[in-house]
Design a protein around this ligand. Sequence first.
Ligand code: G6Q
Length: 578
Amino acid sequence: MTSHPTLHFAPSGASSTSSAAWQALLAHRDGIGECHLKQLFAADPERAARMQAEACGLFLDYSKNRVSDETLALLFALACEARLAERRTAMFGGERINLTENRAVLHTALRRPADQPLIVGGRDVVADVAAVRERIYRFAEAVRGGNWRGHDGRAITDVVNIGIGGSDLGPLMACEALKAFAHPRLRMHFVSNVDGVQIGDVLRTVDPATTLFIVASKTFTTQETLTNAHAARTWLVEHTGSEAAIPRHFVAVSTHADAVARFGIDPANMFGFWDWVGGRYSLWSAIGLSIVLQIGAEGFDELLAGAHAMDRHFIDAPFERNLPVIMALLGIWNVDFLGAPSQLIAPYHQRLHRLPAFLQQLDMESNGKSVRSDGSPVDCQTSPVIWGESGINGQHAYFQMLHQGSQLVPVDFIGVLQAEAGLEQHHRIAFANMVAQAEALMSGKPADEVEAEMRAAGLAEAQIRALLPHRVFAGNRPSNTLLMERLSPFALGALVALYEHRTFVQGVVWGLNSFDQWGVELGKQLAARVLADLAAPADLHPHDASTAGLIARYREHLAERQDSEKPAAGHTEQNQAR
Ligand code: G6Q
């Protein structure tokens, strides 16, 4: 943890909910809350045309939210009251807004053009970023071009990124999303789980002579990552017969050169970054090395350009046309005023299948907090549960609950207009389903329509009565639809930056520090104690009865296994006699 000699916590201010804008929204909610979206559309032919915004190649239709122009005006007032513009300037300017870790939050500097210096603490951070990126690009070019070779002179064919959380989810999501731009020789693998199964499965499929491992860890102390990295190192040495192979097959991405050297990776094969890059915001840094290897320097430049374009849009566009601001405020409206406990992310493109998991961390680790920056308790709901997977699969699984369940679940539909070559009809089916789902959630199907349909189908009166309540759709369920022309590196960069800033805006309105993650610490501390107890004959640490019981059960299992694996005495004697 970083030391923080001077903590400049925000002065204790009014809570979000006691602000005039929040109270105005509450009063307004009582008026609009029951108004059906269908009525709003019927009463206002211009609604869809007005409630849309476009930037950096992303088109947002937000007209299917339960809001009026007045709701939006009140939400923008809420953002102003939370001093969003001021907080945004502080983040982009490199102020130490991550108060509990006394750190600046500068992932936006990672995608700032090299000719736009940003001086923070007397250093031009943009120049530092450009210097590391230059080294990464040179290295990636050598690997991609077949000039960086394995220990026996063969070109690299497989890249294994070993990392977890922020050092895994972003690169994995982006490599999946950008497979259409992948280098033809390089296969990417991602290992995060420490259970041994994942790395075992990968190592069975790769050739030690042509595999490159990236150990990606900001701290280089993460137990899961180091355990997997040591396993990979042992495997390589066993298969090549010598430690001399390590420099050709291992590189590291970290902020801790000492720890990297202790592990046995030459610091010349390490790519650094800085404490002002949060894990979940780090795919733009050296943590994105696997992405560069997959799509090349040009592709990565495009990814950064898309994100930077969204940064500029977030800074420059008025709130009323600002995509991250609009999406953030609609999210707050849904969570805090309409009571939605979760938010579904539904991409209708297979290559975006890891986006929901990435956004889950981005949002829930950033804003899953119940105290404000000044330590006072929040008095509203903060991060909803973010969930989802490919939308079309969801339709055949949990969309039932979205349409007829008892909870309100707002949806972000994400669609791509251009089909991948040769699959036009497949793509059209997926796109049609996405649009239809948003329409169905919004308009629903009223009882008179359902009844008429059943009557026309010749159902008996008694059947109609019995089935009617089951077949009615209330509708009035909110969604956004985000469209992009094609799933390019630029579009992905813009999309991810859009969600990053959406998360930031929500954190500002809720008064949170979106950039620390103390909530993950306790589990790590207790895991170290439990690990020691699992290996000991009896507990070394005090535990509650349930925890102690689970540890005991593991120990019993271990003892039974060891017993069963011991060769029987008679059997051994027979063997010796032979
Ligand atoms: C992200 C979190 C967390 C982190 C992982 C990996 O914001 O801080 O997900 O990225 O715990 O940490 P290391 O990169 O230090 O191994």
